[in-house]
Design a protein around this ligand. Structure first.
Ligand SMILES: [Zn+2]
Ligand SMILES: [Zn+2]
Length: 158
């Protein structure tokens, strides 16, 4: 079990997972001063519905903390929320679906409990940078649309 720093496990475990169509522009040591929240879209379409994407959704809301420190036997890893390129805004389109509308819910599913353990004890982070696409070798996003009942599985490797 990881140190949760006041978060729920469900939220804490999402920090550092792969982005969909977006990335942080400040990485490594550079972001620690003032770049932790700076990001850009890398795809023009919404990760949910394919319409033009206008902005990015922080899968773990900024209000929960821009940075979560995952403390492991293999070191401490400061992690940020994954980002999804989405259509609309905080009050319209799919972006609203994650916020006020609340009909979209994203969860990361590990293929095996061992992989989740390897994340929590820092083994995977010792090998891969946060948000690394190689994490799709171990699990995938599932985004549930409670309006339609559809579950979008997202698993890409570059
Ligand atoms: Zn959309
Ligand atoms: Zn958002």
């Amino acid at each position: 079990m990881i140190e949760l720093h006041g978060l729920s496990y469900e939220k804490a475990i999402l920090y550092g997972m792969p982005h969909i169509g977006a990335r942080y522009t400040h990485n490594g040591q550079k972001w620690k001063k003032n770049g932790a929240r700076k990001y850009e879209r890398t795809q023009e379409w919404c990760a949910i519905c394919g319409k033009p994407s206008k902005n990015c959704h922080h899968v773990v809301p900024i209000s929960n903390g821009a940075v979560f420190e995952l403390c492991t036997p293999n070191g401490n890893f400061p992690l940020r929320s994954p980002l999804f390129a989405v259509c609309g805004s905080g009050t319209t389109g799919c972006h609203n679906g994650f916020h006020g509308g609340a009909w979209l819910k994203a969860r990361w599913l590990w293929d095996l409990p061992e992989y989740e353990e390897a994340w929590c004890n820092g083994e995977l982070l010792a090998r891969f940078a946060p948000h690394h696409p190689a994490l799709y070798c171990y699990g995938q996003w599932e985004i549930e649309n409670t309006k339609t009942g559809l579950v979008i599985a997202h698993r890409e490797r570059y």
